[in-house]
Every structure is written in C-alpha cells, then in structure tokens.
Design a binder for this molecule. Structure first.
Ligand SMILES: Cc1cc2nc3c(=O)[nH]c(=O)nc-3n(C[C@H](O)[C@H](O)[C@H](O)COP(=O)(O)O)c2cc1C
Length: 186
C-alpha cells in the first residue's frame, strides 16, 4: 500500500458559520486517499508572548505537539484587511518558537484563501506565503487557490455544491498530494 501522509489543517477563522471552515471540510472530502486531513484548532491559543517561552501555557505545548506530529500543513484562511487574520498569525508564531525549535520546519504546505469578494483573499494568501518562506515550509506554488464569491458556493447544510469549484479543488488536492510526497521527509 502506498504511504498515507497526515496533513494538519489550520482554519484562519473562528466564526461558527465560517466559509473557510466549510471549504476546509470540502478539501478533506475531495482529497485523494494518500492524504489524511487532521484539523488542528487555533481558537484556544492565548496571544504569543516571548516571556512565556520558558514556561509555556499547556495549550501552546499541545498545539506544538499536534503540529510536530503531522507530515504536512494546509492553511485555509480568510483575508482580513488584505492580510492574514491575527488569530492565524498568532498560531503560526506560537509554533515557530522557542527559537530553533519551530514545529513547522521542513513540512510541505499549501494555502487556500476564500472570500465573498472577487479576488478570493489574494492578499492574505500572498502574505501567508511570505511567513512560510521564513518558516522553511515549502508551499506549493501552483495551482493557487484564491476562491472568490465563496459565500455562494455552499448549500444550507454547508456542503460545497458548486461543481466547477469542486473540480478545481479536487485537482488542487491531487497536486498537493504529489507535492507532499515529493517534499516530505521520511
Ligand atoms: C476584520 C475583517 C477584515 C476583513 N477584511 C477583508 C479583506 O481585506 N478582504 C476580503 O476579501 N474580505 C475581508 N473581510 C470579509 C471576509 O472575507 C468575510 O467576513 C469572510 O466571510 C470571512 O471568512 P469566514 O467566513 O471564513 O469567517 C473582512 C472581515 C473582517 C471581519
């Protein structure tokens, strides 16, 4: 049997009716069998403070342990004021410290952004990629997934019903599976 890779999924919105969370669930459904998606929650993380590095909150340690355990990372995020929502950046910062002990290091990644707006969170998508370079997370360059008009793609139960988007995202996850297989360590 071919290897199955575990992918940590990080949703950049805490909103209970989040479009991005619905999209993340659609990505889990559309992923090929070689990827197993594992949702890692960021809501319970307090704001990062370097003073706490020596005696970190239990939630930071649990989060770091979860991220350390996965083979790859997938970010699904809205755009806030043309950038990454603070809650997601906070989680990224927590995982990156203490210095030299980043849990992100070397894990292949991908970014999906979604917005009701036309450009699909492009600004957040690009800013997040900038942080991933710093974290040594090789982020899949193509296909790029900036999903515009995203509030119109789901039915009342939260299922992604737009066939064109389903097809695109299935291809995206297939490409990501190949990216993970090529870039994950043994
Ligand atoms: C603080 C804030 C800033 C926002 N800034 C942007 C933005 O820069 N670009 C954009 O397309 N949408 C922006 N929006 C609208 C979000 O795209 C919209 O609320 C979306 O539903 C959030 O994603 P979610 O449904 O996953 O929570 C902003 C929303 C909030 C609350």
């Amino acid at each position: 049997m071919s290897k199955v890779y575990t992918v940590g999924v990080f949703v950049g919105s805490l909103r209970k009716d989040s479009i991005n969370r619905k999209l993340a669930h659609a990505l889990a459904e559309l992923a090929p069998p070689s990827l197993k998606l594992d949702f890692i929650e960021i809501a319970g993380l307090s704001l990062y403070n370097q003073d706490e590095d020596e005696n970190p909150p239990a939630a930071w340690t649990a989060f770091r342990d979860r991220v350390r355990a996965v083979d790859a990372v997938l970010f699904v995020t809205p755009e806030y004021n043309r950038s990454v929502p603070g809650v997601l950046k906070n989680a990224i910062d927590i995982g990156s410290r203490p210095y030299g002990q980043s849990v992100w290091n070397g894990k292949p990644g991908a970014v999906v952004s979604a917005s009701p707006g036309a450009i699909g969170g492009f600004g957040a998508n690009q800013h997040l990629r900038q942080s991933l370079v710093s974290l040594n997370v090789p982020a899949m360059p193509q296909p790029q997934a900036c999903i515009g008009g995203a509030d119109k793609l789901f039915d009342a139960s939260g299922k992604l019903v737009n066939e064109g988007t389903r097809k695109f995202l299935r291809g995206f996850m297939q490409a990501f599976a190949e990216w993970v297989a090529a870039n994950a360590g043994e």
